[in-house]
Design a protein around this ligand. Structure first.
Ligand SMILES: Cc1cc2nc3c(=O)[nH]c(=O)nc-3n(C[C@H](O)[C@H](O)[C@H](O)COP(=O)(O)OP(=O)(O)OC[C@H]3O[C@@H](n4cnc5c(N)ncnc54)[C@H](O)[C@@H]3O)c2cc1C
Length: 452
């Protein structure tokens, strides 16, 4: 507690978990004299469920971002990179974006909500991912994939060799769960619909392949739904390989676990996520074997006083002992429970156990189709897709943003998408070498490399 009697709560990460937590805590700010400070490298968070649509031009990329200052008005934001923690001194080291000096801030309560990164396996298991594959984790990833697709359409149109044209327009998505399937569904319609503008291209020149190690795609959904999705996608000419993985990613091909060489030019890696590797840099944090913050059932970091975790980077068990899955819908509902527990601790009262469950899974498949499993109801086809749009429109924070997204969708009913690049492919990738822009910090890249 500061000299003025204020309780300072520092939240690391202003994503889904951190921003919703700040909003929940604000309700207690006046009555409990709370000072709430969010530290995030961005001054916005991404509304992830709309990320793929933003990448493929169904909505304006800006419309799937939420400004943190606007969302949590009674909190302070430090737009900074979190650099270190001193758990004994109760302070956080950070560097403001654009500055070159580290600063520190003391806290009474610390919340770690630093999210996750794409899980990339060590080079000896899967090689070339970091150098040659795209991810789908940040706004920059979504826009980079769109820019890349447009560039390849242009190249393929100018290519006279039919084999090379086929390779240029072959997109491989590794990972057939929710994100991978959403990506392939949207990308297929985006790229194939674009061929109409190119004199030398036909829809059949474009190939889309999903490689999924599990025996089925969308294993999170009931059997009837994932089979329906499988049939829908294959009907659209999307190839699905189950039960195999990709072992090597090269500039112009991948090699599968069956030693099969598949020529392609774009690989999108959506095969799982891992807790933010920066947590491994912070001495004294209790981490589980996956690098996630090990928490008690009330969100408290194990063995630490007044340190809490939520969202993708934290492993918080439900009363039945199972960890909660890394989903936005979970982080959003964890936030008010954690706020209640922090306030209870300040008051000297007992905390309550975390209890959040998945309410439903909705997956858009593109071309106005989807699958949904929601509170015992199972739906597929247009109705599931419409429900996906309706639910996420209502969940989009703020009326202004909701209106903008709705207008984008409405306009798209009558106008075709703009096939313009937004300048997200760096020179290195243009030459089909080196890394694309991942949107991740050098530290994160360095850490995951070390982890690997
Ligand atoms: C493409 C895609 C689609 C998805 N669709 C759905 C969906 O439909 N439904 C659903 O429930 N979930 C969905 N998810 C999952 C969901 O987005 C996550 O579970 C959710 O964002 C987790 O919230 P979080 O606060 O833990 O992490 P995040 O929202 O990722 O927030 C973490 C924050 O920490 C910041 N940060 C990280 N490191 C640092 C650092 N060193 N310094 C400063 N700031 C830092 C980041 O900038 C970020 O703002 C999707 C995810 C993706 C990638």
């Amino acid at each position: 507690m500061t000299d003025t009697g204020t309780v300072r709560i520092v939240i690391l990460g202003g994503g889904f978990g951190g921003a919703y937590l700040a909003q929940s805590l604000q309700k207690y700010a006046g009555s409990h004299n709370l000072e709430i400070i969010i530290i995030d490298r961005n001054n916005f968070f991404v509304f992830y469920p709309l990320l793929v649509e933003a990448g493929t031009g169904s909505i304006e990329p800006r419309h799937c971002t939420v400004p943190i200052r606007d969302f949590a008005r009674k909190s302070d934001l430090l737009m900074a990179e979190v650099k270190g923690l001193d758990l004994e001194e109760k302070s956080v080291r950070y560097r403001l974006i654009g500055d070159d000096q580290d600063r520190s801030i003391d806290y009474d309560h610390l919340v770690i909500a630093l999210g996750s990164v794409t899980r990339i396996l060590p080079e000896n298991i899967v090689s070339g991912v970091r150098e040659h594959a795209f991810e789908m984790k940040h706004m920059t990833d979504a826009v980079a994939v769109r820019d890349r697709s447009i560039e390849l359409l242009e190249l393929a149109n100018a290519t006279t060799d039919p084999v090379e044209r086929k390779r240029l327009l072959h997109f491989i998505i590794v990972g057939g769960n929710v994100t991978g399937i959403e990506v392939v569904g949207e990308l297929e319609s985006f790229v194939r619909d674009a061929t109409i503008m190119y004199r030398n291209l036909r829809r059949e020149d474009c190939t889309f392949t999903v490689v999924e190690l599990a025996p089925t795609i969308l294993g999170i959904l009931p059997e009837h739904l994932h089979q329906w999705a499988h049939r829908q996608l294959t009907k659209r000419g999307i190839q699905i390989y189950n039960g195999i993985s990709v072992n090597e990613v090269h500039v112009d091909h991948v090699v599968t676990s069956e030693e099969k060489k598949i020529p392609c030019s774009t690989v999108i890696w959506t095969a799982g996520i891992a807790p933010n590797p920066i947590l491994r840099q912070f001495d004294g944090l209790p981490l589980n074997k996956f690098g996630g913050l090990d928490c008690e059932g009330d969100y408290a970091a194990k063995g630490l006083e007044n340190v809490w975790g939520l969202g993708d980077c934290a492993c918080v068990p439900c009363p039945d002992g199972k960890p909660m899955p890394p989903l936005a819908q979970i982080a959003i509902r964890q936030a008010p429970q954690l706020a209640g527990n922090i306030v209870a601790t300040i008051r000297g009262e007992a905390t309550k156990p975390a209890d959040v469950h998945v309410q439903g899974i909705l997956v858009p498949l593109g071309r106005h189709r989807g699958v949904a499993s929601l509170k015992g109801m199972r739906m597929e086809g247009f109705i599931a897709w419409a429900m996906w749009r309706a639910i996420y429109l209502l969940k989009t924070p703020g009326w202004r943003r909701r209106f903008r997204v709705a207008m984008d969708w409405f306009i798209n009913l009558f106008c075709k998408r703009d096939y313009v690049q937004l300048g997200m492919i760096p020179a290195s990738h243009r030459e089909f070498h080196g890394q694309h822009h991942t949107g991740r910090s050098n530290e994160e890249l360095g850490d995951s490399q070390q982890e690997a």
